[in-house]
Design a protein around this ligand. Structure first.
Ligand code: SAH
Ligand code: SF4
Ligand code: F3S
Length: 484
C-alpha cells in the first residue's frame, strides 16, 4: 500500500491562486462561528470532536445553524457511492448560501476529502478547503490561506498521528456516553473497502492517554465509554513506538499492551463506568478479549463481529482472511466463554462481485446459525482504486443486489424480533441516556447488550442506572417499566 506517495503534502493549489474568493471581510473583533456537519462512522464523529477542539483554540465559537456560520466544515464518508452523493447534494445548499454570503468558507474533511483530494476543488467550486483525516492539526494554517484568498489542501497521511494530546470537545453530547478513538487507520485490505486508502496505516494510541481521557470523562459524569477503531483487536502499543505527537506516553513502563489489557485498564477506572468497543475483526478476535469481558461486569456484553458474507469463496475474494468455518468457530467461542446473553451483531454486503444465488443463500443460512441481535446491511458499491474495483467485475445487477439485500434485511428483522421477544418479562439494567424521541413522558437508554429500552419518565434522571421490567417490544426497541 503506497498511499502516502500519491498524496499532496499541504499545498496551495497554485492554479487556484486567482483570488476567486474575496478576502475575508469578517470583523476582527467578533469571534468567528463554526458549523460542523458529520457523516459516516463513529470514528468520524470522534474526529469532529478533535477538530472542534483545534478550532476552539483558534477562537472559533460553535453554532448549530449553518446560516449563521463563517466557516462550514463537513466531515465526510466515502464508504459507498451513496455516501458521497449525499455530500454532493448538501454542497448545493451551501453553494446557495455562499451566493448571499461570499466570504463564507466551506471545508471538506474526512474520507471523501482524502479520496478525491484536489479533484474536489475542481468539481465543487463551493469548496475552499480540503483536509484529510490526518491533517486536522494543520486546519488553522489552511484557513489562514483561505483568508488570504487561496484554496487550501492537505491530504497527507501520517504513520504516527493519533491526536493523543488533543482533548476533544464533546459535540451534541448528553454527558452520559462518549467515544474514544484508540487507534487510527487500517492495515487490512478487504478488497471492497476504501478505508485503508482514506485513513492510512494502522497505528495505536498511547494507552495511558486513553485511560486519562476516560478517567476525565468519568469525573465529568460520563457513564459509558466506547473504544473505537477499525479493527480494535489488533490494537498493540509498545513504548518504543510512542511518537513525538504522544507527549503523554509513559516510557517507564516497557510492556507491550494488547487490546484485552487496554480493555481491562479502562474497565478498572470504576465499576459503574460502562465500556463498549467497536469494531472487532473475526480474524483477530482473541479468547483473551472474551475472558476480559467475562471478568468485568462493566464491559458490556455485546460484540460487533462483521461477517460480510456467509460463503467462503466470496470471503476469499473479499480478502477477509477467514472462512465460514473460522467465523462460526469464533461465534462458538463467544457462546462458550460468555454464554447466551452476549449480544452479537454484524455487517453484511449483498451482491459482491460474482456472488451466485447459492452463495447468497450461504449468507442467509449463516444468519440462521448465528441469529444476530442486529446488523448493518448494505449492497455492494464499487469503490475506485480498491482491489475489487481493479480485479473483479461488478457483475451482479443492481436489481439482484437490492433483492438479495431485502432478503437479508427481512431475515435480520425476524431474528431481532425473536431476540427482543425473549427479553419480555426479564429485568434489564439500563443506563438512561436521553428523552425518548417519540414522547417527553418517556426516557430511553440501553442494556448491556446494546438494546434500546423505552420506559415512562416518572422521576428518573438521565445518567442513572435503573432496572427495567420488559413488557413489550418490536424488532428495534424494548418497552418496559422501572422496578423498585
Ligand atoms: N472495520 C470494519 C468496517 C468498516 S466499514 C470491519 O472490518 O468490519 C463498515 C461496513 O461498511 C463494512 O463492515 C462493510 O459491511 C460496509 N462496506 C464497506 N465497503 C463497502 C462497499 N464497497 N460496499 C458496500 N458496503 C461496504
Ligand atoms: Fe475496511 Fe476491512 Fe479495514 Fe474494516 S477491516 S476498515 S472492512 S479494510
Ligand atoms: Fe468511516 Fe466512512 Fe471513513 S465509514 S472511516 S467515514 S469511509
Amino acid at each position: 500500500m503506497h498511499m502516502e506517495q500519491n498524496t499532496l503534502i499541504s499545498t496551495n493549489c497554485s492554479a487556484e491562486k486567482s483570488l476567486s474568493k474575496p478576502l475575508s471581510t469578517h470583523h476582527p473583533q467578533l469571534p468567528r462561528k463554526l458549523y460542523i456537519e458529520n457523516y459516516g462512522c463513529q470514528m468520524n464523529f470522534s474526529d469532529s470532536e478533535i477538530v472542534a477542539s483545534i478550532m476552539a483554540q483558534q477562537g472559533f465559537v460553535f453554532t448549530n445553524q449553518h446560516h449563521e456560520a463563517d466557516l462550514i466544515l463537513i466531515n465526510t464518508c466515502a464508504i459507498r457511492d451513496k455516501a458521497e452523493q449525499t455530500i454532493r447534494n448538501r454542497l448545493l445548499v451551501f453553494n446557495q448560501q455562499k451566493i448571499s454570503q461570499p466570504d463564507l468558507i466551506v471545508g471538506i474533511l474526512g474520507c471523501m476529502a482524502e479520496r478525491l483530494k484536489t479533484q474536489l476543488l475542481e468539481e465543487e467550486k463551493v469548496v475552499d478547503l480540503v483536509a484529510g483525516p490526518d491533517a486536522y492539526r494543520d486546519l488553522p494554517r489552511l484557513i489562514s490561506q483561505v483568508d488570504q484568498g487561496y484554496k487550501a489542501v492537505n491530504t497527507f497521511l501520517s504513520k504516527e498521528e493519533t491526536y493523543a494530546d488533543i482533548a476533544p470537545i464533546r459535540l451534541h453530547s448528553s454527558g452520559v456516553t462518549a467515544f474514544i478513538s484508540i487507534m487510527r487507520g487500517c492495515n487490512n485490505m478487504c478488497s471492497f473497502c476504501i478505508v485503508p486508502f482514506t485513513r492510512g496505516r494502522e497505528r495505536s494510541r498511547d494507552p495511558y492517554s486513553i485511560v486519562q481521557e476516560a478517567k476525565k470523562l468519568f469525573e465529568a459524569g460520563y457513564k459509558e465509554i466506547t473504544l473505537l477503531g477499525q479493527n480494535v483487536d489488533s490494537y498493540s502499543w509498545h513504548p518504543s513506538v510512542a511518537s513525538a505527537t504522544d507527549p503523554l506516553s509513559n516510557k517507564a513502563n516497557d510492556q507491550v499492551i494488547h487490546f484485552s489489557q487496554l480493555l481491562a485498564m479502562v474497565a478498572e477506572i470504576d465499576p459503574t463506568l460502562r465500556v463498549r468497543f467497536s469494531t472487532s475483526h473475526p480474524k483477530d478476535m482473541t479468547d483473551a478479549v472474551l475472558y476480559t469481558m467475562k471478568r468485568y461486569p462493566n464491559i458490556c456484553k455485546h460484540i460487533h463481529l462483521p461477517v460480510q458474507s456467509g460463503n467462503s469463496r466470496i470471503l476469499a475474494l473479499m480478502n477477509r482472511t477467514y472462512d465460514r468455518a473460522w467465523y462460526l468457530e469464533r461465534i462458538q467461542a463467544i457462546r462458550t466463554i460468555l454464554g447466551p446473553f452476549c449480544a452479537i451483531s454484524s455487517d453484511m454486503i449483498a451482491g459482491f462481485c460474482s456472488e451466485t444465488e447459492a452463495e447468497h443463500h450461504d449468507t442467509l443460512s449463516l444468519m440462521d446459525e448465528v441469529q444476530y441481535d442486529f446488523s448493518f446491511m448494505f449492497y455492494y458499491s464499487q469503490r475506485p482504486g480498491t482491489l475489487a474495483a481493479r480485479k473483479y467485475p461488478d457483475d451482479v445487477p443492481e436489481t439482484v443486489k437490492k433483492r438479495r439485500l431485502s432478503e437479508i434485511i427481512a431475515k435480520q428483522r425476524a431474528h431481532a424480533l425473536m431476540h427482543n421477544q425473549k427479553s419480555i418479562d426479564q429485568v434489564h439494567q439500563v443506563l438512561i441516556e436521553k428523552r425518548s424521541k417519540k414522547s417527553e413522558a418517556f426516557l430511553q437508554g440501553r442494556t448491556s447488550q446494546n438494546k434500546i429500552v423505552v420506559f415512562p419518565k416518572e422521576n428518573y434522571t438521565i445518567g442513572h442506572y435503573v432496572d427495567v421490567h420488559i413488557t413489550n417490544c418490536n424488532a428495534a426497541t424494548l418497552f418496559g417499566t422501572v422496578v423498585a
